[in-house]
Ligand binder design. Sequence first.
Ligand code: NAD
Length: 251
Amino acid sequence: MSLQGSSLEGRVAVVTGAARGIGAAVATVLAARGAAVAVWDLNAEGAEKTAAAIQETGGTAIAVAGDAAEASAVAAAAARTRDELGPVSILVNNAGITAYQPFTGITEDVWDRMIGVNLKGPFLVTRELVPGMLDAGWGRIVNISSSSAQTGAPAMAHYAASKGGVIGLTRALAVEYADRGITVNHVPPGFIDTPLVREGPVDVDAVAATMPMKRAGRPEDIAYAVAYLASEEAGYVTGQTFSVNGGRYLV
Ligand code: NAD
C-alpha cells in the first residue's frame, strides 16, 4: 500500500491542446505533481505561455507546437518530446474543437474536420505513444470526452458523435491493453468555463445558474480527476467514465 500520495515524479506526460483552458490546467497540475510535461498545441504562443508558467513555479515543461490531428506533425512532436524529456508514459488527449449547427446544416467538410480533430487526433497521438508505454510496461491514457456524448446536445451532432467515438476508443484500448500495465479512461467534462465556451453562443452565467451547484466547472476540476487517473494509485481503474460535471448528469 502506498501512503505517499500521488506523486508523478519521474513520469513524462504529453497533454494535447494545453495552450489554454482545460489542457493548460491539466498540464499545470500534472507538473505540480512532479511530471515533466510536454505542452502540445497548434497555438505556439499559448503553448509557450503554459510551459513558461510551469517553469516559473519550478516544474519541468516544454512547449511543442503542432497539429495533434496530423500524422507527420504528431510523429515530429513525439520525437521532440522523447529527445528532450524522455519516454512518455502519461498521455492526455485533450485537444478538441466544437461547433454549433442544426443537423441538416452540417456540411461534409465540417463533419470531417470535427471527426478529424476530436477522434482521429486521439487515434494518431495514442498510436504514436503507446509503443513506448508497452515497452515500459506502464502507461496512463486519459481521454477528454464530453458530457454531450452522454446526454445528447442539440445542434452538436457532429461534436457528440466525435466524442462518442472517443468513448468507444477508450473502452476498446482499455481491454486491449489491460494486461500490459496501461490503463485507458475518459473524463467527460460538464460545463467548464474555458475560452472555448466563452467564444460560443452560450450565456455562461445563465447556464451556470441552471447547474445543481449553481456554477460552471473550472478547468482545474477536470485536472484533478486526470491527475488521479494518471497516478500509480489508479492502476486498477481502466475503461471507466469519470464524469466531472457538478452533478448535472448522473450515471
Ligand atoms: P479550448 O478551446 O479552450 O482549448 C482547446 C485547445 O486545443 C486550444 O488551445 C487549441 O489551440 C487546441 N487545439 C485545437 N485543435 C488542435 C489540434 N488539432 N492540435 C493541437 N491543438 C489543438 O477548449 P476547452 O474548453 O479547454 O476544451 C478542452 C477539451 O475538453 C476539448 O476536447 C473539449 O471538447 C472538451 N470539453 C470541454 C467542455 C467545456 O465545457 N469547456 C465540455 C466538454 C468537453
